[in-house]
Design a protein around this ligand. Structure first.
Ligand code: FE2
Ligand code: FE2
Length: 137
């Protein structure tokens, strides 16, 4: 989605809500498989969840940094600090996803991996709320 569309609060909020509810649904699905003891399906669900974070949420962050954030910074230089903070949020999401990928090579779905999947939901929710408040409202 291009910069101008991301500038509209309602449209942008809908992307955030869709992204978060998809991530919650896929996280819950993985947990259900775990509770059933179906490790093979849980492992596949974890792979799909990582892909989802990359293709839906991190790609949204990349697009913002390449378009929306640059535009806003040019038009409203006083928002530079806010944009730096929001970019750090994006980086946290990127770091946590990378950590999950690294851990999964040896641990599959460990308690630490689950903790990080939950952390992504929290960081992403706070980030979306702040981004809407600081840049779009
Ligand atoms: Fe963002
Ligand atoms: Fe966003």
């Amino acid at each position: 989605m291009s910069g101008p569309a991301l500038k509209q609060l309602q449209a942008h909020r809908a992307i955030h809500e869709g992204g978060l509810s998809g991530a919650i649904g896929k996280t819950e699905l993985m947990i259900e498989f775990l509770q059933e003891g179906d490790m093979k399906s849980a492992d596949r669900a974890a792979d799909e969840l990582v892909d989802y974070w990359k293709s839906r949420v991190i790609s949204h962050a990349d697009a913002e940094e390449e378009g929306l954030y640059l535009e806003i910074k040019k038009e409203n230089p006083e928002l530079e600090t806010a944009i730096t903070q929001l970019t750090r949020d994006h980086d946290l999401i990127r770091i946590i996803v990378q950590d999950i990928e690294d851990l999964r090579e040896t641990e599959k779905i460990s308690p630490t991996v689950l903790q990080k999947f939950y952390a992504l939901l929290v960081v992403n929710e706070i980030h979306s709320r702040d981004e809407e408040r600081l840049l779009l409202e």
